[in-house]
Design a protein around this ligand. Structure first.
Ligand code: SAM
Ligand code: SF4
Length: 327
């Protein structure tokens, strides 16, 4: 599938808008409305849409949410997803808190070897402040269990906010000296009615400056064909990699190969643009495979050339939260 000159082969599937955490940058402190169960795409519906998207050229899927592991039956669903022949790569983004050794072993057995964990701090008290949950030790242990069981690469996503965890940039980066982890600093993106203030936003240049002051010049890593949007580097003598997702300071829209399927069963061609196309209701109303493929292709014609968030007056702030779209 081609959209605005970009070849689209990557589908991000949000399986739920629900989450066991309340990360400050992701959900507002005001009560969050969840989507009624009957409006959430059922697993068999997600599988049908995914198979059709694969017929059209999708080869890579990432499962996200909300928190994917809060949804009942997720492992059975993933097993079925793994049987889709055209899918060459399946990965999951998770906060890790609900994973166990048994579940990770089952993931490996079904062929899922890549996990992205979200971890914004190495300090248990701060972890509580960010997520509203006292789960640092559990998440830390799960990451190490995954590492010992051979999950590779282990990617760790960190969103840095001024006054919250910007004093930990160096320490988080330092994990790459000890472990072959890929740390990815993600620029905070304003979404929905977020509680984060503009002055808390930190852009990549400032993070790099702090890292280089501590560890010396970052060594750029050659990009390979299947690389995502992260700009990747190593600190001298590191085993792991440090990457930067510069969604705000230097957008990568011209290379964006993604389409999203939200838990509400809408196709969203751009995370940071409010356009969505419903595919779930046509499916429930009896649309044929050909009609559903047409809906996928139509959604992609609306993939914008670039998003509006780098705009300093932030006209383009998406109205949905990350939990309802899928980060
Ligand atoms: N619950 C899972 C997790 O936390 O990994 C998966 C869903 S979460 C929405 C996916 C990713 O989005 C996480 O790495 C999180 O840090 C990131 N994220 C959430 N809100 C964000 C925001 N406003 N700006 C940038 N990244 C955000
Ligand atoms: Fe939940 Fe992930 Fe959002 Fe945190 S970032 S609230 S873990 S969906």
């Amino acid at each position: 599938m081609i959209a605005g000159g970009r070849s689209i082969n990557y589908l991000r599937i949000s399986v739920t808008d629900r989450c066991n955490f309340r990360c400050k940058y992701c959900v507002p402190s005001s009560p969050l409305k969840v989507i009624a169960h009957k409006k959430i795409a059922r697993y068999e519906e997600i599988l049908r849409i995914t198979k059709l998207a694969c017929d059209l050229g999708i080869t890579k899927v990432r499962i996200t949410g909300g928190e994917p592991f809060v949804r009942k039956g997720i492992l059975n669903f993933l097993e079925q997803l793994c049987t889709i022949e055209r899918l060459k790569d399946i990965s999951i983004t998770t906060n890790g808190a609900l994973l166990t050794q048994e579940k990770i072993e089952r993931l490996i057995k079904m062929g899922i070897n890549r996990l992205n964990f979200s971890l914004d701090t190495l300090n248990p008290q701060k972890f509580f402040k960010i997520t509203q949950r006292d789960r640092f030790q559990k998440v830390w242990d799960v990451i190490h269990t995954a590492h010992k069981l051979g999950i590779t690469p282990i990617k760790i996503n960190a969103v840095i906010l001024r006054g919250l965890n910007d004093d930990e940039i160096e320490e988080i980066t330092g994990l790459t000296l000890k472990y072959p982890f890929h740390i990815r600093f993600i620029e905070y993106m304003p979404m929905g009615d977020s509680d984060v203030e503009k002055k808390q936003q930190i852009l990549t240049d400032e993070i790099i400056e702090k890292i280089e002051t501590r560890y010396g010049k970052l060594i750029p890593i050659q990009r390979s064909k299947n690389d995502g949007p992260a700009k990747k580097y190593q600190i001298p003598n590191a085993r792991g990699i440090v990457g930067f997702i510069t969604a705000i300071s230097s957008h990568f829209c011209s290379d964006c190969n993604r389409l999203r399927l939200t838990s509400r069963g809408t196709l969203r061609p751009c995370l940071l643009n409010n356009y969505e196309k419903d595919i779930l209701n046509p499916l429930r109303n009896g649309a044929t495979d050909e009609e559903l493929k047409e809906i996928i292709l139509t959604a992609l014609t609306k993939k914008p050339a670039f998003h509006g968030l780098s705009d300093s007056n932030a006209k383009g702030i998406p109205i949905s939260h990350m939990t309802s779209i899928g980060g």
